[in-house]
Design a protein around this ligand. Structure first.
Ligand SMILES: Nc1ncnc2c1ncn2[C@@H]1O[C@H](COP(=O)(O)OP(=O)(O)OP(=O)(O)O)[C@@H](O)[C@H]1O
Length: 313
């Protein structure tokens, strides 16, 4: 098993009377990707700012390779790259000049600085735009340049605060490609988002927070197991479904609920493997099935299941 890279212990922070982060604990293993999920105002940004040592906590600790990360601890902070929600780029400098500036802040210079700038530009797929100013870039390209700036010092942990907000789908895929390349290099990631399906693509582990508290800290597979219905089966019959059929279907093994509307049946299943026996049963009733489809229940439902509320308004 991989060693613990980051350990967040009972972290708390209040703004005046408002408790933004309330005893948050979780760990990140070396090379692991953790999705930090929660609705607006859940405390994600406050948590990651404290992890980076940019914001002082009221209580609790952050350990990186066993050493505390505090506001002054530059040795520990050198192991972290941080991509903030708000873009931090100079519009009147070229991409390369921006990167050289950030690299110099990390103490890089000369041939090493030049080489790192080239490497990170290639990683975010912007090598051909090195001479262009970010003012000429799309939102997604600016974000990729921001990610590049956070990677110059070769951090072991990259923290991204909602990196795809305001980004078109094509650029989002480009960002994911970059993050997958980083994963392959063994870089650990913390990725905050309020889009469960987005994080699911990347994360080995999900930490779900709400009102500053951790509600779940598990693998996506373990979270799926918590859902009462993990799959849905949609069926269109040749004739309208009657109440008797709905009642008989509802009593079948693994069927959690059945909704009927005319010829359409929507059947929630404990797991996807129940779909075939349910279809066989329907056909066995002498019914004609015009169309059917199964879909895995969205992980979005996890938050609803945990809190009774939807992840987004
Ligand atoms: N500088 C601040 N001063 C006062 N209150 C703050 C400050 N920063 C955050 N808060 C409050 O703390 C709580 C947590 O905010 P935070 O930004 O950490 O949440 P978040 O999960 O990152 O939300 P979002 O997805 O909207 O960025 C919110 O109620 C927010 O209004």
């Amino acid at each position: 098993m991989a060693a613990v890279l980051l350990s967040v212990n009972q972290l708390s922070k209040s703004y005046g009377a408002r408790k933004a982060v309330d005893g948050v604990s979780f760990q990140v293993q070396q090379g692991q990707t953790v999705g930090l999920i929660g609705p607006n105002g859940a405390g994600k940004s406050t948590t990651v700012s404290m992890i980076c040592g940019l914001l002082r906590s009221d209580s609790g600790s952050v350990l990186l390779n066993g050493a505390p990360v505090t506001q002054g601890a530059s040795a520990a902070k050198r192991l972290i790259g941080y991509v903030p929600q708000d873009l931090a780029l100079y519009d009147d400098l070229s991409s390369l000049e921006n990167l050289k500036l950030f690299g110099a802040l990390y103490g890089l210079k000369g041939a090493q600085l030049k080489q790192r700038c080239e490497q990170v530009l290639a990683l975010v797929n912007l090598s051909d735009r090195a001479g262009d100013n970010p003012s000429t870039f799309s939102g997604g390209m600016k974000r990729r340049l921001n990610i590049a700036a956070a990677l110059l010092h070769e951090p072991q942990l990259l923290i991204l605060d909602e990196p795809t907000v305001g980004v078109d789908p094509q650029s989002r895929n480009a960002i994911f490609d970059t993050l997958e390349a980083l994963q392959a290099q063994g870089c650990a990631l913390i990725y905050t988002s309020h889009y469960m399906e987005e994080v699911e693509r990347l994360a080995d582990h999900l930490v779900i927070i709400d009102h500053g508290k951790v509600l779940a800290d598990e693998t996506p597979a373990a979270l799926y197991q918590r859902l009462p219905a993990q799959a849905a089966l949609q069926v269109e019959l040749a004739t309208a479904a009657g109440a008797e059929l709905v009642a008989a279907l509802s009593a079948l093994d693994g069927v959690r609920s059945v909704q009927a509307s005319g010829q359409q049946l929507s059947i929630a299943l404990a797991d996807a493997a129940q779909a075939a026996p349910v279809l066989v049963w329907l056909a066995g009733q002498g019914l004609t099935l015009l169309h059917f489809a199964t879909a895995k229940t969205s992980l979005e439902n996890i938050f609803l299941n945990l809190t009774g509320r939807s992840l987004r308004d």
